[in-house]
Design a protein around this ligand. Structure first.
Ligand code: NAD
Length: 240
């Protein structure tokens, strides 16, 4: 299909659905200056990250290195500004039933004004202790790895590391967002992470149409593919 026909098809799908679930991945924030993990043109060294920084073992081996790396990511996320696609999604939620589920940890959806965003992989801006997973507040500016005021164990960012489970609350909230959805819009994910893939499989089984936005599309079974950058394509799709 031509780009225009794909856009028409995508518009029909999202405007004809009584409820839409949106899943966003790292590509959604690429134009805000936050690097993706697996995108060859823009990504960081995935293996290095996996081995040393984004695992419980990495934190145990060198907590201060991991704490400092996340402090840097937090600064980057705070410097980034949500692009026009983020704003278009937030405005869409004001006029339609739209559930947003993100794999991102950067907080940009909420900063753009989106509500009830499910952060499947946690947030750079929340913290828990390693021993008891007590929530800990007010430690984002700490230079040294802080300790939990309740149990004394080290504090880490409340993000889901490799090998860890997605928190139960995020699972049931994303299931609620998916319940009754008549279309699935996936944006900026390579679908390498099993969480997003699970919703895609469910959509395929239920015959729910899928629209993908990605300059390097990852899903051959999508009903419409908008092969472009989220910051440009989303405003055209939702407000064009
Ligand atoms: P990924 O890194 O595996 O894949 C990124 C995808 O985005 C690629 O398919 C790429 O083609 C696409 N992309 C690149 N630029 C784009 C653009 N401008 N518009 C639309 N799409 C674009 O991403 P993933 O599948 O989300 O998996 C990465 C994991 O790493 C996630 O679990 C996420 O939590 C984490 N992560 C988060 C951030 C963040 O919070 N901003 C950044 C990096 C990684």
């Amino acid at each position: 299909m031509s780009d225009e026909r794909e856009m028409d098809a995508a518009r029909r799908i999202v405007s004809g659905a009584a409820k839409v679930m949106v899943i966003t991945g790292a590509g959604m924030s690429a134009e805000c200056g936050l690097p993706t993990f697996r995108d060859a043109a823009n990504g960081q060294n995935w293996d290095e990250l996996a081995r040393t920084l984004a695992t419980a073992e990495g934190f145990q081996a060198d907590p201060q290195r991991v704490w400092s790396w996340y402090a840097g990511r937090r600064q980057e996320a705070l410097r980034a500004q949500p692009h026009a696609g983020y704003t278009a999604l937030a405005r869409w939620q004001d006029r339609a039933a739209v559930g947003i589920v993100t794999q991102n940890v950067d907080g940009l959806h909420a900063r753009a004004g989106s509500r009830d965003v499910v952060e499947l992989h946690g947030s750079l801006f929340s913290f828990i202790c390693v021993e008891q997973r007590h929530p800990v507040e007010g430690v984002g500016a700490c230079v040294e790895t802080p300790r939990c005021p309740l149990c004394g164990s080290l504090v880490r960012p409340a993000v889901v590391w490799f090998g860890e489970m997605i928190p139960e609350e995020a699972i049931w909230r994303s299931a609620a967002a998916w319940e009754g959805a008549e279309a699935l819009l996936i944006i900026g994910t390579s679908l390498a992470v099993s969480t997003a893939r699970a919703f895609v499989r469910s959509a395929e089984r239920r015959g729910v149409p899928i629209v993908e936005i990605n300059p390097a599309p990852a899903l051959p079974t999508a009903s419409a593919v908008l092969a472009g950058a989220a910051g440009t394509v989303l405003p055209l799709l939702l407000e064009g």
